[in-house]
Design a protein around this ligand. Structure first.
Ligand SMILES: [Cu+2]
Length: 180
C-alpha cells in the first residue's frame, strides 16, 4: 500500500473536475481552487424567493484561497467560523437584518445606509473573503427574510498540504492480460 498525499488527491480531483466541466476554468484559477466565484443572489432578473440563493450550495476552496462573492441585489454576506450551523443562527422576530455576531468570521458590507470609509456598499458588488484555515464555514444572507427562504451555503476549505487519505494502488503488472 502506498500513501497518497492530499495534494495528489487535490490534483486528481482537479483533473476529474476538468473532465466533467471543461469550460469552468476561467473563474477558479484553472481549477486550482485558490480563487472561486460564487453567486450571492440568483441575479438581477429575479425577485422574491427566486433571488434568495447562494450558488453553489457547497463552495470548495484551498486554504490560502479567496472566495469572491458576486452580490446581485439587496443582500449582506455573513460568514461564520467552523462549528456554526444554520440552526444556531438566532433570527429575530422582526427587522430587516439578523445581525447574529456569535462566532462570526466575516461580516459583509450592509447594503443599507452609508458605507464604511473607503468602501462602497452598492447593492451590486464583489466581496472577496480570504480563508487561511481548513474547515466548513457557514455562509448566510443576513437579510432576515432571505435567510428564512434558505439563503445559506457552506465554504469547505481544504488543506492540500497535509496527508489525510490513503488508497490501495494496484501494481500495473497485475493488470496485464494473460497471453494466450
Ligand atoms: Cu439576501
Amino acid at each position: 500500500m502506498k500513501r497518497l498525499t492530499l495534494a495528489m488527491t487535490c490534483a486528481m480531483a482537479s483533473f476529474a473536475i476538468g473532465l466533467t466541466a471543461p469550460f469552468a476554468t476561467a473563474d477558479d484559477d484553472h481549477n486550482k481552487r485558490l480563487s472561486v466565484t460564487v453567486s450571492f443572489g440568483a441575479g438581477l432578473n429575479t425577485t422574491g424567493p427566486a433571488n434568495h440563493h447562494i450558488l453553489p450550495n457547497v463552495i470548495k476552496v484551498k486554504s490560502g484561497g479567496v472566495v469572491n462573492f458576486v452580490v446581485a441585489g439587496f443582500h449582506q454576506v455573513f460568514v461564520y467560523n467552523p462549528g456554526t450551523t444554520p440552526k444556531d443562527i438566532v433570527v429575530p422576530a422582526s427587522g430587516t437584518f439578523i445581525n447574529d455576531l456569535t462566532n462570526i468570521y466575516y461580516q459583509g458590507l450592509s447594503p443599507a445606509g452609508s458605507p464604511p470609509p473607503g468602501l462602497a456598499n452598492t447593492q451590486n458588488r464583489v466581496e472577496s473573503v480570504f480563508f487561511d484555515r481548513p474547515g466548513r464555514y457557514l455562509v448566510i444572507c443576513n437579510v432576515t427574510s432571505h435567510f428564512r427562504n434558505g439563503m445559506f451555503s457552506f465554504v469547505k476549505v481544504i488543506d492540500c498540504s497535509v496527508p489525510l487519505v490513503s488508497v490501495q494502488l494496484t501494481p500495473l503488472t497485475s493488470l496485464r492480460t494473460p497471453s494466450v
